[in-house]
Design a protein around this ligand. Structure first.
Ligand SMILES: Cc1cc2nc3c(=O)[nH]c(=O)nc-3n(C[C@H](O)[C@H](O)[C@H](O)COP(=O)(O)OP(=O)(O)OC[C@H]3O[C@@H](n4cnc5c(N)ncnc54)[C@H](O)[C@@H]3O)c2cc1C
Length: 420
């Protein structure tokens, strides 16, 4: 019988931060649908925020609330900002090395930020953090990793979670963590991996677990325009932070490039409609021909591989789905409305982002709240002597899940429209 103290579903930064924060005497299963690195966290380019100086506290909180249109839960935002230096230190202690300039951290600035406070590692912050964390994970003898295994549903009895059934086996555990990411895979155009498509949310809905603000979905202003692509290639906001401009087909700017994402994305959609075109342009000229490959090596290479030289020509861009702010309602310890079921990262909603996420706050959310959840489970682990003989008697249908989620999104939109 596969019995585990804690069963974590998902190998993005939220799931991995949680697993690495658990005591080494706990038996932990980490289950993930594809390979370890097939997560949206791994794709993160721009950076991870930190409160670099106590004098920035109020501004950092205000930038986050303002970007989220004050729909955020302020106590959660304060917690994240206050815990950010410890969260970054946790990563550094595990071996992560952030980019430096003249021996000091090199902070990047993105849309909606009053000052530069994003730590980066070249332009592949997610990959470079997670490659280190995966090594630490593999060194932990108490953590068993199950790759290419899909969680299908929760095992539930009287609103208490007793484990998870996957496409291969049953994991019995009275502490199940949903770190399954957002909904991007359900959209036609998204920067997300297509296999990350709200599976955790669908499980929660099937068992009447409370969800919150599910219609709050973020569109990123600048994904590369391609006629056909499985996943939209993202051009990080930090490119605009370094001076890149948005231009229309008449070579004119139409928006302040460093406004929050929702405002910039809406302005691009509006301009596309006004000009009756399928895309607008990003000009990287102001960054400088030499600096582009040095500061953005991955983005530069990906564009070149697609036949676009950003040193010599404009880049065609279009906004697309990027992030899910809403999700499974949870508190700062990841607790949901079901006993023994926890949510963290993009799958959960602890109220950090309100109706629009400030750039570089999601990786930070994963680490801060993953650590808090780990610490909570270390001292409040739920134990069960007996597991009711539960197993699934049906196979979840992804099409039904998709329909259900979009219906919930529509319902939430209507409620919010009525409230305004
Ligand atoms: C292109 C891109 C760039 C980004 N850049 C930044 C940035 O610069 N800064 C920033 O802060 N944020 C950025 N983000 C957002 C951020 O990377 C992530 O969205 C966020 O870290 C969410 O992490 P997570 O661990 O909650 O989920 P994810 O990283 O999405 O991980 C979800 C995990 O759950 C697994 N899973 C899903 N369903 C199942 C199932 N049924 N069974 C088993 N496993 C399952 C997946 O395989 C995956 O391992 C970016 C996102 C994208 C897509």
């Amino acid at each position: 019988m596969n019995r585990y103290d804690v069963c974590v579903i998902g190998s993005g930064l939220a799931g991995v931060s949680t697993a690495l924060s658990l005591n080494k005497n706990l038996r932990v299963a980490l289950v993930t649908k594809k390979a370890l690195e097939d997560s949206n966290s791994y794709l993160a380019q721009g950076g991870i925020n930190i409160l670099k100086d106590p004098s920035d506290r109020e501004t950092f909180i205000e930038d986050t609330l303002k970007a989220g249109h004050y729909k955020n839960t302020k106590a959660s935002v304060e917690k994240m900002v206050d815990q950010s230096p410890e969260a970054i230190q946790f990563l550094i202690d595990l071996g992560v090395e952030f980019s430096k300039k003249n021996g000091q951290f090199d902070y990047g600035r993105e849309g909606g930020h009053s000052i530069a406070r994003g730590l980066h590692i070249d332009d592949e912050v997610g990959k470079n953090i997670l490659d280190v964390l995966y090594k630490r994970l593999e060194e932990r003898e108490n953590i068993d990793i199950f790759e290419h295994e899909e969680a299908l549903d929760l095992l539930v009895h009287k609103n208490k979670c007793y484990g998870v059934q996957t496409d291969r086996r049953i994991f019995y555990s009275t502490n199940v963590v949903l770190a399954t990411g957002g909904l991007g895979g359900l959209f036609d155009r998204s920067t997300n991996f297509s296999h990350i498509r709200g599976d955790g949310l669908a499980m929660a809905l099937r068992h009447q677990v409370a969800i919150k603000d599910i219609s709050y979905i973020q569109f990123h202003p600048t994904s590369l325009y391609e006629e056909e692509a499985d996943r939209q290639f993202l051009i990080s906001e930090s490119v605009r932070g370094e001076g890149a401009l948005l231009l229309n087909h008449e070579d004119r700017r139409f928006i302040d490039e460093l406004k929050p994402r929702d405002i910039v994305a809406q302005a691009i959609f509006k301009e596309m409609e006004r000009e009756d075109v399928a895309y607008e342009y990003l000009s990287m000229e102001k960054i400088g021909k030499e600096k582009i490959p040095r500061r953005f090596p991955m983005i530069f290479q990906e564009l070149m591989d697609r036949g676009v030289d950003p040193r010599a020509s404009y880049v065609k861009i279009i906004p697309c789905q990027h992030y899910t702010m809403g999700g499974i309602a949870c508190d700062q310890y990841g607790r949901t409305s079901m006993e023994g079921l926890f949510a963290v990262g993009e799958a959960g909603n602890v109220g950090i982002h309100g109706s629009n996420r400030l750039a570089c706050n999601s990786l930070l959310e994963c680490v801060v709240f993953g650590r808090l959840l780990g610490a909570y489970l270390n001292s409040h682990l739920l134990k069960a002597k007996d597991f009711p003989g539960l197993r699934l008697d049906f196979a979840p249908n992804p099409e039904d899940d998709r329909r259900e989620i979009f219906e919930r999104i529509e319902e939430d939109e209507k409620i919010k429209a009525g409230a305004n």
